[in-house]
Write a protein that binds this ligand. Structure first.
Ligand SMILES: Cc1cc2nc3c(=O)[nH]c(=O)nc-3n(C[C@H](O)[C@H](O)[C@H](O)COP(=O)(O)O)c2cc1C
Length: 148
């Protein structure tokens, strides 16, 4: 259970149109590389993020099913495309469309990579509603709002 106060969620970081947020992970999902844009948008430095599980940026609004789908897709060596809300180090958030796929060396799967681009306001609204509905249906209220 993650506990946050409501006010910590209010600040959105806009993802620039002309830059890609890139990261790579090992086969277990630990971050092996993050580009400068990833660091700027997430608020972490490279040394803070390398070696950490990618769930370090997991926002509590994201339903588990989305990541189950991501992992089953990439483990079957297919490319996964989806809309993700991530949490920053300072508890702000940013929305992206992510394209996650394998990195191959001599035909062997060695890592995974993700390329992320911005989405429209309408898409953010649509997915916020969808993910709220998905979490509610599965009683996944991982987000606990504390009024203070
Ligand atoms: C290459 C790659 C990139 C990922 N990017 C993200 C991401 O940006 N945000 C996120 O919450 N999870 C991302 N994940 C999924 C996480 O590994 C993790 O499954 C997810 O955060 C849910 O956490 P959990 O598996 O501990 O429940 C990524 C996974 C891979 C392989």
């Amino acid at each position: 259970m993650m506990e946050f106060s409501e006010s910590e969620f209010l600040i959105e970081t806009e993802v620039p149109e002309d830059e890609l947020i890139i990261s790579r992970t090992d086969l277990s999902g630990k971050i092996t590389y993050a580009n400068e844009t990833f660091c700027e948008i997430s608020g972490y430095s490279q040394s803070e993020i390398i070696g950490e599980p990618h769930s370090i940026v997991r926002h509590p609004d994201m339903p588990c099913a989305t990541f189950e789908d991501l992992w089953s897709t990439i483990k079957s060596q297919k490319q996964w495309k989806g809309i993700v809300k991530n949490i920053r180090k300072d508890k702000g958030f940013y929305w992206v469309e992510a394209l996650v796929s394998g990195v191959y060396k001599n035909g062997e799967l060695v890592e995974y990579k993700s390329l992320r681009t911005p989405i429209s306001y309408e898409t953010k609204l649509k997915y916020q509603r969808l993910y709220d509905k998905m979490r509610n249906e599965k009683n996944e209220r991982v987000r606990k709002v504390i009024y203070s």
